[in-house]
Structures are given as C-alpha cells and as structure tokens.
Design a protein around this ligand. Structure first.
Ligand SMILES: [Zn+2]
Length: 297
C-alpha cells in the first residue's frame, strides 16, 4: 500500500449499514496555518475545520466542493470568520480572519488554547456548510451550535438534517490534524435483527478514542484499536493535498467588479500598483495602472 501523509481512509463494518472515514493531515495542515501569524487556538480550529470538510465530503455522492464556514456578525470582533473546504479531488484549503493588534485582542487570544476556545469566541457567529456540486445547484445549511465542539455540532447536523446517526471526533496538535467519522446508514429490518445493539456498541467504542491517538496513530491502527472485534473493511486510501483555486482571471474579475476609477485610486494610493494577496496560499496578483486601464479597455 502506498503511504500518504495526507489521506482519507474509508472503512465499512462488513454486513452492516455502518460506514466511516479517518482523515489525517500533516503538511497540508502546515501549509494552511503558515499563511498568517494565526493564534494557537485558531490554528487548532482551522485544522478541525479542514478535517471536517474532508470527512463530510466523503459522505456525499457528488463531484464538487464542500465548505464549512464560521461567520461573526460583529465585524470588529477579534475573530471574524473562518472557512475550510475540500473538493472531490482531495484538495483542501482554509483561511481565517482575525485581529490580534490591540492589547485586549492579544489577551483574548493568549487565553484561548484549544479549537473549542476559538469556536467559543464566535459565540454569536453562524456555522454553516455549503455544498457546491460541479453540475447542479449549490446548497447551504445552517448548523446548530449545540456545543463548542465542532465535531459534535456537525454530527448533530447530520442526525437532524439527514436522519443519519453520526459521530465525529476531531483532534489537532502542532503538526497534525485528524479526525474520525462513523455513521449508521438506514438499516433494513434484517440488519436490525442481525445485530440489534451494533450502533450502541460502536458508539461506546468510538467514545474511547483519545485525542493523541487520533493525531499520532495511522488510520488503520486507530480503526484496529477501536473496532478489532468487528469485521472492518478497508478500501484503498484517498490522498489529500493542499491546493488553491485562486487565479489571475479571478483577480481580474475582482478588479472589474471594483470599477476602473476605484481601482486606479487604490493603485495610485499604493505606489502605482493594486496588489491582491490570496489569503489561502499567499499568491500575489499585482496590477499596475496600465494593467488596470487595459482591463477596462
Ligand atoms: Zn490562492
């Protein structure tokens, strides 16, 4: 088997309607959190959001992209927004908007240590999932904030919106973001008769996973530790990777939206060039006044 540092391992319990995935991200996670000087808690939350997007897209039968977003209603809050996405080719990226300039803001971030702490800072924020199929209409759902644990909120959403009992466990450390999703798809009467306490048993077993086991162990070992008395089937792993969808064309589009006069004003105020930085990957798109005029010619 090929070994990947960033991967999603799907699993099934043989002869049952149970499926799941384990996601493990190392350098893709490192690339995301190195884009800005993110506070520690925000790095952890971005890791959990990346893993969640990678887990959830695997539950869908679409080609396209899934994104998880947190949006604060207060534009002056120290934590403004965060988003993470994964597409069906396994490309992930994420970004957060925050401020840690003023003393009180710095203090808030210094007292935030975990993903939950960062999530709690957005207590008035909205959490939502968007699904963008390549063909067909996009869909957006608001996720109820049942706790400050992102995994619990997303699992609750699966249960409420799709009637599918789901457990999601997430963990990060400095170098790795990982998670596990397990769900009970609709059961036939035969399934229920076969093994009536299957889901209760799996729920209890899944609750025993520790955060450091999730980040430190390979997927196969996590699944073995948890479910070695079950018949676990492991298809080939899917590689995940960091990738950005920004482009010169999209940046040009943004300038056209801004309008010629506004764009030239900004450029003139900044030494004759309007520079668009991509917050996801750091790519710089630079437009001189001649470039701007040409866009509108
Ligand atoms: Zn980019």
């Amino acid at each position: 088997m090929t070994y990947f540092d960033n991967y999603r391992q799907r699993f099934f319990i043989e002869n049952s309607p149970v499926r799941g995935d384990v996601v493990h991200l190392t350098d893709a996670f490192a690339t995301v959190i190195s884009q800005k000087d993110y506070p520690k808690a925000l790095k952890a939350l971005l890791g959990e959001m990346l893993v969640s997007a990678s887990l959830l897209i695997s539950t869908l039968k679409i080609h396209g992209k899934l994104s998880i977003q947190l949006q604060n209603s207060d534009p002056n809050a120290p934590f403004r927004f965060a988003m993470a996405e994964c597409d069906t080719t396994g490309a992930v990226r994420a970004l957060a908007g925050f401020s840690a300039i003023h003393d009180d803001e710095q203090m808030i971030w210094q007292n935030a240590h975990t993903a939950q702490d960062a999530f709690a800072l957005l207590d008035k924020g909205v959490l939502f999932i968007s699904i963008h199929p390549e063909h067909g209409e996009s869909y957006q759902g608001i996720v109820e904030r049942v706790s400050d644990d992102l995994g619990e909120c997303l699992a609750h959403y699966q249960k409420q919106s799709a009637q599918i009992p789901t457990i999601i466990k997430l963990a990060t450390n400095e170098t790795t973001a990982s998670g596990l999703l397990i769900q009970l798809l609709p059961q036939s009467d035969k399934d229920k008769d076969n093994d009536p306490d299957l889901w209760d048993r799996l729920t209890m077993l899944t609750a025993t996973i520790k955060k450091d086991e999730l980040t430190e162990l390979p997927a196969q070992e996590i699944l073995y530790r948890l479910y070695h008395e079950e018949d676990v089937v492991l298809p080939d792993v899917n590689a995940l990777h960091f990738a950005c969808t920004c482009s010169l064309q999209k940046s040009q589009g943004a300038i056209i939206q801004l309008g010629q006069d506004e764009a030239l004003q900004v450029a003139n105020a900044h030494g004759g060039a309007l520079v668009l930085d991509c917050g996801f990957c750091g790519q710089e798109y630079r437009f001189g006044t001649d470039d701007i005029k040409q866009l509108f010619a």
